[in-house]
Design a protein around this ligand. Structure first.
Ligand code: C2E
Ligand code: CA
Ligand code: CA
Length: 564
């Protein structure tokens, strides 16, 4: 590195001096070895340093300048971690200025009147050398693919940034690419990388303009710490234009969460976790691409913290209740009770009944769902046995299996214990696996599902129509029953195309020998249309809401002759 350091025309040096003669003289000396740029005052210098920070090798900085002087420039460089990697050599004639500049982070100084050209060149080369070696060590601060800060260093630099800008209003921003794993899956990793780089380039540009720091936090999420922005439209458009360079449907691809004017008395980590929460609130939402962390989200966050805190006690105290929603076979003249789905509710001592729609997604995020599911599965197994002992029929019950459960090595052992201990015949205990689980990590899921089927469980593919599996995939997937999602059904009475779609799904599934269940059937007309289409089983408010055990027991007693 040293060998070519004193004659290296790939390196840029910026000379900042308000006096033209000085600029010219230094320029003449340095241009024998470097590419030279000039600035004639502090503001111009900072503009150039910000714009060219990625390839500037050194700044020669005069201290005494009108408007913004050299100290102020040094201070701003010291306050911006992305600029600290550039060595600054101060030009001065005063002894005390030397000490002050060194304290502000200057790498070295040159005294006026200037030394021999050789001495100047040697000192410049030396400073560049020192910093390059140090930056080599710092290379690990950057993410390899995008060159943005990686997560390990980002928070630390944010801390520094905030310390150096104590009075500034600063925003914490989290940017995520929707369904990025699908981009990878559909077009390959190399293409996914292109998308990430396009976004990163825009972000780098944005922090160049706005100031602040950008990081690639993990796979497809980016964190920005920038001086407060009044309108996000421009930032959004800029990032979007990066995505659309690569992807034609970029529009649907971004979500941005903003913690505006982050409160400084909270840690940077907390501030970003709130921006993340705002970002996550946009999941599965069509419409505005950005959301601000606000009072409601704060309340929601507190409530979620309470739910997580109370979880263990709730489990011990049996606050979780399993309800059963009957399913009816509609192949014959009269609908016949055929099975039930176990659906959990939380009867919270202070908050009352809480819907699984609220706590299941929360527990899926932090893994608690695995414990809860096992509780529900055990309850359901025990209940099948109890109904048999009480009424003399084996009522088929399906339980919901979260995708997280699929990663537990002992899931097959746990489930088969339930069936064995309660002496439940094959096919009476069914598992509902959501469609998107199959597309998430297909191989792993398919492997587990195959093992479960091999020991007698029947598998229902839940929520069909919400994920991305195509109908021809059904051939390859190990499933016994297809459960059409309620949203898919919503419009069959009003929208001819929606109706045709459902009809087609039922036909193809039938052709493959897979029975279909339609969930969320609320109206008589819906039931009739579905029956006409050849749908086998129906579940929904039209027949019954999910019932507490006592009510379900009554229904089974009344209809026990229906149950085979
Ligand atoms: P899901 O598996 O799709 O369950 C069907 C949901 O639709 C249930 O909501 C049910 O009450 C509701 N539903 C049934 N019929 C109708 C209808 O006619 N119209 C409408 N609009 N809705 C109907 P619920 O009980 O609130 O559960 C929501 C989700 O929470 C479930 O969706 C499931 O994904 C999850 N869940 C519930 N219990 C468990 C559990 O024990 N474990 C896991 N992992 N997830 C569960
Ligand atoms: Ca279900
Ligand atoms: Ca469902």
């Amino acid at each position: 590195m040293r060998a070519n350091a004193d004659k290296d025309f790939t390196k840029y040096v910026l000379i900042v001096d308000d006096e033209e003669v000085n600029r010219e003289m230094l320029g003449m000396i340095l241009s024998s070895s470097y590419k030279v740029m000039y600035a004639s005052d502090g503001d111009e210098a900072l503009d150039m340093i910000n714009s060219f920070s990625d390839f500037l090798s050194l700044v020669l900085l005069d201290i005494l300048m009108p408007h913004k002087n050299g100290y102020e420039v040094l201070e701003e460089i010291a306050g911006d971690p992305s600029l600290q990697k550039i060595p600054v050599v101060v030009l001065t004639s005063e002894k005390e200025a030397e000490i002050k500049s060194l304290k502000l982070g200057a790498a070295d100084f040159l005294t006026k009147p200037y030394d021999l050209p050789e001495v100047i060149l040697a000192r410049v080369a030396h400073a560049i050398d020192l910093y390059e070696n140090a930056n080599l060590i710092h290379a690990t601060e950057k993410d390899n693919l995008t060159g943005l800060y990686n997560r390990e260093f980002f928070f630390e630099y944010c801390d520094q940034y905030l310390k150096h800008h104590p009075d500034a209003d600063v925003d914490a921003i989290v940017i995520n690419i929707n369904r990025f794993h699908l981009i990878n899956a559909m077009y390959g990793r190399a293409f996914g990388d292109q998308v990430l780089c396009a976004v990163s380039n825009r972000l780098r540009h944005s922090v160049m303009v706005l100031g602040g720091l950008a990081s690639r936090y993990d796979a497809d999420s980016f964190y920005l710490c920038v001086p407060h922005v009044e309108s996000y439209e421009e930032l959004y458009k800029s990032i979007l234009s990066g995505v659309t360079e690569v992807l034609s449907d970029g529009e649907s691809r971004l979500r941005i969460g903003i913690n505006s004017n982050m409160p400084k008395d909270n840690s940077v980590e907390d501030n970003f976790s709130w921006a993340l929460q705002a970002c996550n609130s946009l999941r599965n939402q069509i419409g505005a691409p950005y959301a601000f962390f606000d009072e409601n989200m704060h309340k929601k966050q507190i409530r979620e913290a309470v739910l997580i805190d109370d979880f263990e006690t709730a489990l011990e105290e049996h606050q979780f209740k399993v309800f059963y929603q009957p399913k009816f076979n509609i192949e014959g003249d009269e609908p016949v009770l055929s099975s039930a789905e176990a659906l959990v509710r939380w009867n919270h001592p202070k908050l009352g009944f809480i819907s699984p729609g609220e706590f299941i997604p929360l527990f899926e995020e932090n893994g608690l769902v695995r414990k809860l599911d096992r509780y529900v599965w055990s309850e359901a197994g025990r209940q099948i046995r109890e109904w048999y002992d009480q009424i003399g029929v084996y009522m088929s019950v399906s339980v919901n299996v979260s995708r997280m459960d699929m990663y537990d090595d002992d899931i097959t052992a746990f489930l088969s214990d339930i069936v064995i201990n309660n002496d439940i015949p094959d096919g009476k205990y069914l598992l509902e696996v959501t469609e998107s689980a199959y597309t998430d990590n297909a191989e792993q899921i398919i492997d587990v599902v195959k093992r479960l089927r091999a020991i007698g469980f029947k598998i229902e593919m839940d929520d069909f129509g919400t994920g991305y599996s195509s109908l021809n995939m059904l051939y390859a997937l190990p499933i016994d029953i297809l459960k059409i999602d309620k949203e898919f059904l919503r419009n069959i009475l009003t929208d001819e195309r929606a109706k045709k779609m459902v009809d087609l799904v039922i036909d193809i599934a039938g052709f493959m020998g897979i029975p279909t269940i339609a969930e969320g059937v609320e109206l008589k007309e819906e039931y009739e249309v579905l029956k006409e289409m050849g749908c086998n089983v129906i579940q929904g408010y039209y027949f019954s809401k999910p019932l507490p055990v006592e009510d379900m027991t009554k229904m089974i007693m009344e209809r026990k002759d229906d149950i085979k």
